[in-house]
Design a protein. Structure first.
Length: 228
């Protein structure tokens, strides 16, 4: 994506250099304030008036960047997914590594991530964004089953693959959301180790269920934080 954030008004001309950077920062600030208000008041209950008041601006200033409440919510969700995907291209370093990158990305826009996980699927207008989050998680989990190779084309995948993936997609997203809400950041390494152990057990069981010709070796744990 060429710009830092999804534009709510694609017809606006691009801004030059420093001005574009300032505008992107202001949009981010508005989205952060809005995500916090939406979490407190709900996607249906919060109003643009409340968001503008929380941001210390007039409604007109907010509407210049987001022509509707729906456009603002869609921009928040698009930014959450963009941040999560930034780390997906980096090499996998062991069990827990994917969650480490997801945790850092979600923390960088915590209210937005929690809003998407906890409320995104409750509103028909935003279910596509929630589904995009689940697809992103599914892609990572599916890739792990065949790692270090790539998954086969859809028509050649095991019939029970979705049965193996769907519960773990919910587990992965909910575990991350729970840790953001309830966890102690100073204990992140313990959380990542626990999550890595859960994924390791799931991978072994899923490979057996699906009769995958998957490498036998035990892949390592990501130990960036110093745990054994």
């Amino acid at each position: 994506m060429a710009r830092t954030f999804i534009a709510a008004n694609d017809e606006a001309p691009p801004l030059p250099g420093p001005r574009a950077a300032r505008e992107a920062e202001r949009r981010e600030a508005f989205m952060r304030v809005a995500a916090a208000v939406f979490r407190r008041q709900g996607l249906s209950g919060a109003t643009m008036e409340q968001i503008a008041a929380a941001a210390g601006v007039t409604k007109m200033v907010l509407y210049r960047r987001f022509p509707s409440k729906d456009a603002l919510i869609q921009a928040i969700f698009a930014e959450v997914i963009r941040r999560l995907k930034l780390g997906d291209a980096r090499p996998w370093r062991g069990y827990g590594d994917g969650m480490r990158k997801s945790l850092a990305a979600a923390r960088s826009f915590q209210d937005g991530f929690l809003l998407l996980v906890r409320q995104g699927d409750q509103h028909p207008s935003y279910q596509a964004s929630h589904a995009a989050l689940r697809r992103r998680t599914a892609q990572r989990l599916r890739g792990l089953l065949w790692f270090p190779n790539h998954p086969p084309p859809p028509g050649e995948r095991p019939a029970m693959l979705d049965l193996s993936l769907e519960p773990m997609i919910s587990f992965a997203n909910d575990a991350l959301a729970y840790w953001l809400e309830q966890g102690d950041p100073s204990r992140d390494e313990l959380f990542l180790r626990w999550y890595g152990q859960m994924i390791q057990a799931w991978r072994r069981n899923a490979c057996e269920l699906l009769n995958l010709d998957s490498p036998e070796q035990d892949w390592p744990f990501d130990t960036e934080g110093g745990l054994p």
